[in-house]
Design a protein around this ligand. Structure first.
Ligand SMILES: [Zn+2]
Length: 312
C-alpha cells in the first residue's frame, strides 16, 4: 500500500481520528485490504489507477502543437506533454513581445532548463509576483492553472483596466513546470537554480508574492489568515468549491516542501502561500480534463483577490 495524500494524518505521521487517507492498494492485496477496512467508511477513487493514468496520457498525446500558433482558450481543454508546455510559453510570449520574455531559472536536477515567462506592463522592474507550478511532477492541474493565469493576464491587458492595473503594478514570473524531470527526480524546492533566481529577484526588485502551487486537497496555507479567508471565499464564489485554509505548521498535514519557508527566510518575500488545488480525492492527481478550466477560472478569482488586497 502506498499513501498518496495524508490530510487525515497528523505531523507525527499518526492518523487522526475521523481523518481521510487516500491509499493505493496493489491488485493482489485487494481482498486483504477489504477485510482490514471492514466497518470503516471508504470510497473507491479509481478501480485501476494505472488505467486512469494511461487514459489521461492518451489525451495529452492527441494535442497537436503548431509552430507559433496563437494560443487560445482551447489549450485548456486537455493536459499536454512537456514539449507542448514549452511551445505554449513561447507562443504566448511571441504574441506579446513588447511586454514579456522567456526566462530560465537554471537547470532542473535532471539538466532541463526551468522555463518560465516574465511579463510586465508599462515598465519592467516592479515588485515580483512569482508562481511555481508542478513542483511535484504528477500534479498536472497545477501547470495548466499557472499557464491559464499567465494567459489571462496577458490577453486581457489591453481590454481590462483591472488586469492592466495588476500587470502595470507587478512583474510576473510564472514557471508552470519547475520540476520537468518527472516523478523520479528530487524535490524542485531543493533546486539551486530556483533558489538563486528568487534571491536575485529579491535583491533587484523585491518579491511581493510567492505561491507554490500543488494539488490536490483544496487547501490554502499561509499564516496570513485574513487574506486566506478572503481568497478562499473568492474561489468558492465561482463554483462553490470549498478550500480549507490555515497556517502550514499547525494544520492539515506536513508541508509539501520547504519552499515557502525558504522564500520567507532567504528572499524575504512579503506574501507567501502554498495552495493545493482541486480536488479533495475523488479523482486526486488524475483530475479530468473537463475540470481544468473551472479550476483555472476559480483559481484566478483567488489570485485576483490577492492582487487587489495585498499591500505593497
Ligand atoms: Zn505537491
Amino acid at each position: 500500500m502506498m499513501e498518496l495524500k495524508q490530510s487525515g494524518v497528523g505531523p507525527n505521521g499518526v492518523p487522526r481520528a475521523n481523518g481521510n487517507v487516500d491509499l493505493v492498494v496493489p491488485a493482489k492485496k485487494v481482498a486483504e485490504f477489504t477485510a482490514l477496512v471492514d466497518g470503516m467508511e471508504f470510497e473507491v477513487m479509481h478501480e485501476d489507477l494505472g488505467a486512469s493514468i494511461s487514459a489521461e496520457e492518451e489525451e495529452s498525446v492527441s494535442f497537436k502543437s503548431s509552430a507559433a500558433a496563437a494560443v487560445d482558450v482551447t489549450y485548456f481543454n486537455a493536459y499536454h506533454a512537456y514539449a507542448d508546455h514549452l511551445t505554449f510559453l513561447r507562443d504566448l510570449q511571441a504574441q506579446y513581445p513588447t511586454r514579456s520574455e522567456i526566462v530560465t531559472a537554471g537547470n532542473s536536477n535532471g539538466g532541463r532548463p526551468i522555463t518560465g515567462i516574465h511579463f510586465y506592463g508599462t515598465a519592467a522592474g516592479k515588485p515580483a509576483v512569482v508562481l511555481h507550478g508542478n513542483v511535484h511532477a504528477r500534479e498536472w492541474i497545477t501547470g495548466m492553472t499557472t499557464e491559464y493565469l499567465a494567459w489571462y493576464l496577458l490577453t486581457n491587458y489591453a481590454s481590462s483596466s483591472e488586469v492592466k492595473s495588476f500587470v502595470d503594478k507587478y512583474d510576473f514570473y510564472i514557471f508552470p513546470i519547475v520540476n520537468p524531470d518527472g516523478r523520479a527526480a528530487g524535490d524542485a524546492t531543493e533546486n539551486v537554480g530556483l533558489r538563486n533566481y528568487i534571491s536575485t529577484l529579491a535583491a533587484k526588485q523585491k518579491v511581493q508574492l510567492f505561491i507554490d502551487i500543488h494539488s490536490y486537497s483544496q487547501l490554502f496555507m499561509t499564516p496570513l489568515q485574513s487574506l486566506a479567508r478572503g481568497t478562499a471565499s473568492a474561489i468558492q464564489a465561482v463554483y462553490g468549491t470549498v478550500y480549507e485554509y490555515g497556517p502550514i505548521c499547525s494544520t492539515i498535514y506536513q508541508a509539501t516542501g520547504s519552499s515557502v519557508d525558504w522564500v520567507n527566510d532567504i528572499a524575504k518575500a512579503k506574501y507567501t502561500f502554498t495552495i493545493e488545488l482541486r480536488d479533495t480525492g475523488r479523482y486526486g492527481f488524475i483530475l479530468p480534463p473537463a475540470q481544468i478550466l473551472p479550476t483555472a477560472l476559480e483559481t484566478y478569482q483567488g489570485f485576483r483577490y490577492l492582487l487587489l488586497n495585498m499591500v505593497l
